[in-house]
Design a binder for this molecule. Structure first.
Ligand code: NAD
Length: 485
């Protein structure tokens, strides 16, 4: 049996409250749908208000226990969680592929990468020092201590159910905080598998919690609760604004990793083979359901026709199938709703004048499969040019000057990822300095390594989830000044 043939039993996803995996006090549950077959592949427990209260009480106790464990010991326990995650990566990836649709190899990569994230933050947790600040007079002594902020509430999406969640959980725990994660109901199994590695590694019960249920009810309860001291969310701009407003009302600091609408600028001096090869790979990764997905392709007029035809040729050659086919490049979209959304965006783009080069429709088979789609000469008023499509749709339009491309790149309120392809150092410098984005990839696509910052500007959010500053989201700096004279 090859790894990709690992069979997935019906998932029975429970809540993690105070170290116990429970079904929820009211016994309610939601069905999980396999998007490759449109059939149920399991169910997930729904938290009641009593469960929420229990989870918060446990997180408070868990915080008091965990924060008092010295950082080196915490790092050892977190390291054990990473080891367990690596050992269980095949099974967790099989669940992920079944419930979310991505090819098994990509799911496995996501889970193994999550173990790297835990190890990175475990080490960072050892380096949370304060400062000693010379006094203005010889009889004063001032210093700072970095302290864990307290129990954290985290909310994460379904597109990368393991890798989005682990960045929050590992960073908060490494800082000495406890954390309650509200994972994605659409793809809850792999996220639960990852959380089980933390629970089994020997963390104090209550220091990690996992909830599913009604997202608005859970956020209303957790964010408002006095015990919760920090809120972190990865998701859409609309939900981010709702939750950030709520957090503002209760004076809770937030980290917001929200949607994007990444511009791609392909200049006339770019290496076209490289640009097409890299961009096709990134555009159709996870069926385009990626916050970093290249979306508005702005291509210099001189190379425009060539780019469109080469991009199209590669897009139609992709193999689309269920995640358990090792040959599949792209799996189904996550749900029927996403198919309908793609159909509506494509129809609208054509109506306002775009040309359909390939795809544009669902595959004639069971499951949520949508063809890789390329639209050219897409007017800026098309809905897809303004709303995050979050699907396998490339929108291409020509530009005459780099300045004009920059204006289009910066037109939208989003500011997450951006891509530049050029062989001119001057053009690169001009664009990287002036593009309004948290991240810019030049002649490359992103690989989101945890040691590098990951963040957006404008409506795409604030706070970073990678790099040396990410752990600071979960720390407060206490200043202590003493009279020593
Ligand atoms: P979403 O905003 O619908 O949901 C995100 C999380 O918030 C989920 O856990 C969801 O259940 C929860 N949620 C939904 N409504 C809520 C509410 N009213 N109150 C509290 N929580 C609520 O996003 P999604 O559809 O799960 O994910 C796709 C979005 O996530 C896209 O916009 C994508 O760009 C974005 N995303 C951003 C990043 C990033 O790092 N910037 C990474 C991945 C995905």
């Amino acid at each position: 049996m090859t790894e990709s043939q690992v069979s997935v039993e019906m998932l029975d996803v429970r809540l993690l409250i105070n170290g116990e995996w429970v079904s929820g006090s009211e016994g309610n549950r939601l069905t999980i749908i396999d998007p490759a077959t449109n059939s149920p592949c399991g169910h997930v427990a729904v938290a009641s208000e009593r469960d929420l209260a229990n989870a918060v009480a446990a997180a408070e106790e868990g915080f008091n226990a965990w924060r008092n464990i010295p950082p080196f010991q915490r790092a050892t326990i977190l390291g054990k969680a990473a080891t367990l995650l690596r050992e269980r990566a095949g099974d967790i990836a099989a669940d992920l592929s079944a419930e979310q649709g991505k090819p098994f190899a990509q799911a496995k990569h996501e889970v193994s990468g999550a173990a790297d994230v835990i190890e990175w933050f475990a080490e960072e947790g050892k380096r949370c020092f304060g400062q000693v600040i010379p006094g203005r007079t010889t009889d004063t002594h001032t210093l700072t201590r970095l302290e864990p902020i307290g129990p954290v509430a985290a909310f994460t999406p379904w597109n990368f159910p393991v890798s989005q969640a682990v960045k929050k959980v590992a960073a908060a725990l490494a800082a000495g905080c406890s954390i309650i994660l509200k994972g994605p109901e659409e793809a809850p199994g792999a996220c639960a598998g990852m959380m089980k590695c933390f629970a089994d590694a020997g963390l104090p019960s209550g220091s990690v919690g996992l909830l599913y249920g009604n997202p608005a009810e859970i956020s209303n309860y957790l964010v408002a609760h006095d015990s919760i001291r920090c809120v972190t969310l990865t998701g859409s701009v609309a939900v981010g604004k709702t939750v950030a407003s709520l957090a503002g009302r209760y004076m809770k600091p937030v980290v917001m990793e929200l949607g994007g609408h990444a511009p791609v600028i392909v200049c006339e001096d770019a290496d076209l083979d490289l640009a097409v090869e890299q961009l096709v790979k990134m555009k159709f990764l996870n069926a385009g359901q990626v916050c970093l997905s290249p979306t508005r392709f702005l291509v210099a007029r001189k190379i425009y026709d060539d780019f469109v035809s080469r991009f199209r040729e590669r897009a139609v050659a992709l193999k689309i199938d269920a995640g358990d086919n090792p040959e599949a490049d792209m799996g189904p979209l996550a749900s029927q709703r996403r198919i309908e959304s793609m159909e509506a965006l494509v129809a609208d783009a054509i109506e306002v004048g775009a040309t359909l080069k390939c795809g544009g429709q669902r595959l004639e088979r069971t499951g949520c499969f949508f063809m890789p789609t390329v639209l050219s000469n897409v007017p800026t008023e098309a809905r897809a040019m303004n709303e995050e499509p979050f699907g396998p749709v490339a929108l291409i339009r020509p530009f005459d000057t780099v300045e004009e491309a920059l204006v289009e790149a910066n037109r939208l309120p989003f500011g997450l990822a951006s891509y530049i392809f050029t062989n001119s150092i001057q053009t690169e410098a001009f664009l990287t300095e002036n593009i309004q984005a948290g991240m810019v990839a030049v002649n490359r696509i992103f690989s989101s390594n945890i040691e590098a910052p990951f963040s957006g500007v404008k409506d795409s959010g604030y706070g970073t989830e990678g790099g040396t500053f990410a752990i600071r989201n979960f720390l407060t700096e206490k200043m202590i000044t003493r009279f020593v004279g």
